[in-house]
Design a protein around this ligand. Structure first.
Ligand code: NAI
Length: 505
């Protein structure tokens, strides 16, 4: 089989948004590229469009004149697949339909040599299923680029059941030569990124269904955790129809596992044609120049004095509380060995969430979300117990302000916003690793490069604590009862291995 595809002549089938991007990247890496589209004239039009785009980049000084000429001279639009008999690699980026893709590859097998590698850019169809019926199914592999192809670094190299490991390895190496960061994936629903990312949307949609918080507040909380876009604005950008259909396809492909169940909230947006930016309305409105809705913030005034203040737990957050208390001049005690993290004020508790609701934890209790940044003034969700007094409810928010947060009160939902979302992202990534879909490093790279996450799921896990993550998930599971929050066996075993049967923060 092929040892290297570097510089090999290749064919890109499908001259749409992805195909043209792939052709551009391959030509820039020095390949002679043929571009074919079944719609007459589409490949030639696409090449002209690419020429205008590259000239625009030249005008901005991002490309040289020689680079533009060379790239364009390497791309040839062809009007019959027969012209591509001598290529050594085909990358398919046609319509997302199994029977059409199978038909194309069957047709190609009659044209190209037996050792020509066949790659599909499918984002949701099983690579194993596409290969079914081929004479040489071992040569078919997924080469999943992200949009826009020239800018997005990630390539998921997806192996189906019959993919020859040497073929996957050759595509992996080629992707690197093209300046990409490839990650090996096994062909399972959603591959890596589209699977692990589901909870980012799903947890926010679940909180919206319960009316626990508004879209603007949920977005602010997750942006404060380092995400470039909150889930609501991101779904508005992707388009609710697209996002809903990916969720639905992952759900169906997993035999309707309740873990992946789509949301009624999104269903309603789709049914109503509120598709997001492209239709002008989604969670937010998008008339020209419209500003995002602002969220109300609480004025920061010093908290009331107390008879007994005690900082519970240890670590950077406890240290932050201690430093803030020193500044207030109020005397306080410490209980480093406590089984919770936060502040005790005359018997009332302000606790970082361990997954349980404040109401589950007691009377005069308020819980706050897991802060991911040491910065001041980050938005942080919090909730008082339904049984808390008005006095403690008011004091709790002032204390959070005194510790440098911008507190956002939401309903008393288990795991609040960030802790719950991150725990679920980690859980999904853990299942993917357990099922051999990817390695922890692969999951980290894929999520950072494919969807611009500020960190990978296993990096969050390393900065947290496996037992604490399992606790959050178990609390969600026992609160909601259902399949959605069941803990990944990988994560649970890992927590036993770390000896973590003790409560953790
Ligand atoms: P597109 O609709 O922009 O382009 C598809 C092109 O394929 C069209 O020009 C169409 O005329 C042509 N085509 C359709 N059937 C054909 C056939 N039998 N033979 C030759 N050409 C044919 O679609 P897009 O967005 O470029 O997607 C292409 C593939 O890439 C799909 O499998 C999609 O799931 C996948 N993908 C798309 C991403 C995106 O963000 N748009 C991201 C990653 C993967």
């Amino acid at each position: 089989m092929t040892n290297t595809l570097n510089g090999a002549p290749l064919l890109v089938v499908g001259a749409g948004i992805m195909g043209v991007g792939i052709a551009q990247v391959a030509a820039q890496a020095g390949h002679a590229v043929m571009l074919y589209d079944s719609r007459e004239g589409a490949a030639a039009e696409a090449k002209e469009k690419l020429a205008r785009l590259l000239e625009g980049l030249l005008a901005k000084g991002k490309l040289t004149a020689e680079g533009v000429t060379q790239t364009l001279s390497r791309i040839e639009s062809i009007s019959s697949l027969d012209a591509a008999a001598s290529v050594r690699l085909v990358v398919e980026a046609i319509v997302e339909k199994l029977d059409v893709k199978r038909g194309l590859f069957g047709q190609l097998e009659a044209i190209v040599a037996a050792d020509c590698v066949l790659a599909t850019n499918t984002s949701s169809i099983s690579v194993t299923a596409i290969a079914n019926g081929l004479r040489h199914p071992g040569r078919l592999v997924g080469m999943h680029f992200f949009n826009p192809v020239p800018l997005m670094k990630l390539v998921e190299v997806v192996a189906g059941l019959q993919t020859d490991p040497a073929v996957a390895a050759a595509i992996f190496e080629l992707s690197k030569v093209w300046g990409k960061v490839p990650v090996h994936a096994r062909s399972t629903p959603g591959f890596i990124v589209n699977r692990i990312a589901r909870p980012y949307y799903a947890e926010t949609l679940a909180l919206l269904l319960e009316q626990a918080a508004t879209p603007a507040v949920l977005d602010a909380c997750l942006r404060a955790a380092g995400f470039r876009m909150g889930p609501c604005e991101l779904m508005d950008l992707i388009g609710h129809d697209t996002n809903f259909s990916v969720t639905q396809s992952v759900y169906e492909a997993n035999f309707f596992d309740k873990r992946f169940v789509p949301s009624l909230v999104q269903r309603q947006l789709v049914d109503g044609g509120l598709l997001g930016r492209k239709s002008g309305h989604g969670f937010f409105d998008y008339p020209d120049g419209a500003a995002k809705p602002a969220i109300a913030t609480v004025e920061s005034i010093p908290p009331p004095t107390a008879q007994l203040l005690r900082v519970h737990g240890q670590g950077p957050l406890a240290d932050r509380f201690v430093a803030a208390l020193v500044k207030t001049g109020q005397p306080f005690l410490r209980h480093e060995g406590s089984d919770w993290l936060g502040l005790e004020v005359d018997g009332s508790q302000l606790r970082m969430t361990d997954g349980r609701t404040a109401s589950e934890l007691g009377l005069e209790v308020a819980v706050f979300d897991r802060p991911l940044s040491a910065e001041n003034d980050i938005t942080l969700a919090w909730a008082p117990s339904l049984r808390a007094s008005q006095a403690w409810t008011s004091a709790a928010t002032l204390w959070l302000g005194a510790f440098g947060f911008k507190p956002q009160r939401i309903a008393d939902a288990p795991g609040l916003v960030v802790a719950r979302t991150l725990a679920m992202l980690i859980n999904e990534a853990a299942d993917a690793v357990q099922q051999g879909v990817c390695t922890p490093d692969g999951a980290n790279a894929a999520m950072k490069l494919g969807v611009n996450y500020p960190a990978g799921p296993f990096e969050w896990l390393a900065g947290w604590n496996t037992t604490a993550v399992v606790q959050v998930l178990d609390a969600l599971d026992s609160f909601y009862r259902g399949e959605r929050y069941r803990v990944s066996p990988w994560l649970r075993q890992q927590s036993y291995q770390e000896g973590g049967n003790e409560p953790q923060n």
